[in-house]
Design a protein around this ligand. Structure first.
Ligand code: FES
Length: 164
């Protein structure tokens, strides 16, 4: 069946329908093209943002009050905020304080203190560090950055090591 006959059966008076003016046709095409482009961008943008995360800005600050002096019992730890990154403050079983970066050097998961083995553990791929930050097993390729810790009054103060 010719196309013209097919349209005639669906659209009454098909022959009398005026062809679209070229400028109107261009406008409709641009509208459809723009809609299609907007749809594609709306699907791809979240994927792009997931694959390329925004750059984290270090908010600075080489010293932070990480905890109150009486906050941590021996053989426990807490996560604290150090600039834009998490830090891990550990109070060892002997009562000493240690502070490390809490960002795993493998794929940047946040590490935690494992009190049963007295080590720092990354749950993502079962990586282990000792309490000086040295990577001792699993996939982490480098040690965790170690910070200085001082108890000043009733505050536990953590600072970046000079020259680090
Ligand atoms: S991200 Fe920590 S071991 Fe893989």
């Amino acid at each position: 069946m010719p196309v013209k006959d097919a349209f005639s059966s669906v659209v009454p008076n098909f022959e009398q329908v005026e062809p679209m003016h070229p400028s109107r046709r261009r406008f409709v095409r641009a509208l459809l093209g723009g809609s299609l482009l907007a749809s594609v961008v709306s699907f791809l943008y979240p994927v792009f943002r997931y694959v390329v995360p925004p750059k984290t800005v270090d908010l600075g600050g080489d010293t932070v009050n990480a905890a109150k002096a009486d906050e941590l019992k021996p053989n426990s730890a807490k996560i604290f905020r150090f600039g834009s990154r998490p830090g891990l403050l550990v109070r060892t079983a002997d009562g000493e304080y240690r502070a490390l970066s809490a960002t795993c050097t493998h794929l940047s998961c946040t590490v935690q203190y494992k009190s049963d083995v007295h080590q720092v553990w990354c749950a993502c791929h079962n990586g282990y560090y000792d309490l000086t930050g040295r990577n001792i097993s699993g996939p982490p390729p480098r040690p965790l950055e170690a910070y200085e810790v001082h108890v000043r009054g009733d505050e536990v103060v953590v600072s970046r090591k000079q020259g680090a």
